[in-house]
Design a protein around this ligand. Structure first.
Ligand code: ADP
Ligand code: ADP
Ligand code: MG
Length: 486
């Protein structure tokens, strides 16, 4: 491969470019003028301007992106996550244009992208499922609702990113929840089909990283614990999970590999499970792409998953390093969002006037932004990830917590103090978490954040000094600093 087109933006575009460069592959990044984050832009060898309004629609414009790839003589396209990464039509068109698609075959994307079809497929292959109702008929649905029992979860067939889901606690709520979920599903996915699952109470979200090549090799690279979620969206992920023993781990990992193998999977994928308090696990979906939280797997396995995505897409066999990968130590990822935790997690916008990421042993930063970048509301509020490695979970938590205290982003509100409050919470430290943790601990986390969750005092003082010396620039940062100090 000589040249790779990166059909994404932000931190994941920068992360893909990093690996391509190390492998001696040239990169061409598609970029919309409204995207004012600079790390990926500066890292790419070439830029190809995307046109369209709103900006997000340009990153979803499959034909425009394929045209750019052809014009620029790219051999392959990496879609990252989000945007077109799980669009089977795009994958097919890319291959039909004679360009290598860095991902699984289009028909597997289509199969897993329809959650009802994916469930049917998993069931056929003996993978455990949450009881569900798929009938469109309302009358029949209401009868089955009573059989399954409450609470229930209404989900979008085409869902992703935690959108289009509604919990229903009683019979009276069913119709309304279906209507709401349908509206949201239509708005987000252009597809209003929904189905109903039993809502497993106080579960953990545990997912398995799988990898497959074109030669029949399918492996798993262990699990990730993703139970720290807000509104069904992951915020902190770790590997391995503190909740599962070796038997449960092999059962889940084997189920994931079985599903991948049966579907004719290739490249990187993730099989997501819900783990009940009783130790039973259930398949919920398969994500046919690189996952946001893939770095925790990289830190415990020592593998570069993007490198293997590229190798496998070009026909290489998974090597012994992948087939026999050993998981060592513990890794934690924190998603850094530009949002105001104190006022309902509303996304913030503006210029980053100060940006200093922590450095040190065991610390990795995957960022899309740097100092003086502008953050707009045109894109996802996640701008960076802090990923740490430690000998064990306690070490990793301590490293992550300290690193967040050294992470300075001024000019826009971020969730850094909130993340730090989570890492300090006794239940988190004890590993006593489920997907309801953030909601249940909401008030405690917010007050902990205000009292001691922010920037370390010495780091704050250093930045006050720095900011005062900068007389040329207007510095809203000083006002922002108040929130960090107290
Ligand atoms: P992950 O487990 O990798 O976080 P998510 O389902 O949360 O998986 O999605 C990853 C990213 O892709 C998130 O930033 C999310 O906002 C975005 N995303 C997911 N599905 C869609 C979609 N259908 N359209 C646009 N963005 C999406
Ligand atoms: P998405 O495609 O949006 O990622 P998922 O099916 O993966 O949708 O579900 C997202 C999250 O919703 C899960 O991580 C989990 O926290 C919760 N969830 C999904 N299904 C169930 C269920 N049956 N019971 C309890 N929680 C669930
Ligand atoms: Mg999911």
């Amino acid at each position: 491969m000589r040249k790779l087109l990166v059909a994404n933006r932000g931190e994941i575009a920068a992360r893909i470019i990093r690996t391509a460069r190390r492998m001696g592959i040239r990169t061409c990044l598609v970029v919309h003028p409204a995207d004012r984050s600079s790390v990926a832009r500066e890292a790419a060898d070439e830029l190809a301007e995307l046109q369209g309004d709103p900006a997000v629609s340009a990153y979803l414009d499959a034909q425009q992106i394929i045209r750019l790839a052809i014009d620029r003589n790219c051999d392959a396209i990496h879609p990252g996550y989000g945007f077109l990464s799980e669009n089977a039509g795009f994958a097919r068109d890319v291959e039909n244009a004679g360009i290598v698609w860095i991902g699984p075959p289009a028909d597997v994307i289509a199969l897993m992208g329809d959650k009802v079809e994916a469930r049917r497929f998993a069931q056929e292959h003996g993978v455990p499922l949450v009881p569900s109702i798929q009938e469109a008929d309302r009358q029949l649905m209401m009868e089955q609702v009573d059989v399954i029992g409450f609470p229930l979860l209404v989900k979008a067939v085409a869902g992703g990113g935690g959108k289009g889901m509604r919990i229903v606690r009683d019979r009276e709520g069913v119709e309304g929840a279906i209507e709401q979920a349908k509206r949201e599903a239509l708005r987000y996915f252009g597809d209003d089909r929904v189905y109903i699952e039993r809502y497993i109470e106080q579960p953990r979200h545990i997912e398995v990283q799988v990898f497959a090549d074109r030669h029949g090799n399918v492996v798993h690279l262990g699990e990730r614990e993703c139970s720290i979620q807000r509104r069904f969206q992951k915020l902190i992920e770790e590997s391995p999970s503190a909740a599962i023993n070796p038997e449960l781990r092999s059962a889940m990992c084997e189920a994931a590999v079985k599903l991948a193998r049966a579907s004719g999977y290739r490249n990187a994928g993730t099989v997501e499970f819900i783990l009940g308090k009783d130790g039973r696990f259930y398949f919920i979906e398969m994500n046919t792409r690189l996952q946001v939280e893939h770095p925790v797997t990289e830190l415990v396995s020592g593998l570069d998953l993007v490198e293997w995505q590229l190798r496998v897409a070009f026909g290489e066999r998974l090597s012994a390093a992948v087939m026999d990968a050993r998981i060592a130590g513990h890794a934690i990822e924190c998603r850094i969002n530009v949002e105001d935790a104190a006022s309902g997690f509303l996304p913030d916008t503006g210029q980053i006037v100060r940006y200093r990421a922590p450095e040190g042993e065991g610390i990795r930063i995957d960022s899309g932004v740097q100092e003086l970048d502008h953050v707009t509301d045109a894109f996802d509020p996640m701008v960076a990830k802090l990923i740490v490695w430690g000998r064990d979970r306690d070490c990793a938590i301590r490293t992550a917590e300290a690193a967040l205290g050294q992470f300075c982003v001024l000019g826009v509100e971020t969730n850094i103090a909130y993340l730090r409050a989570i890492l300090r919470h006794p239940d988190y430290v004890a590993g006593a978490i489920d997907t309801g943790f953030l909601e249940n601990c909401h008030d405690g986390l917010l007050s902990a954040m205000v009292s001691d969750g922010g920037l370390d005092p010495d780091v704050a003082a250093a930045f006050v000094a720095l900011s005062i010396r900068e007389t040329q620039r207007e510095i809203p940062a000083l006002a922002a600093l108040g929130a960090w100090k107290n």
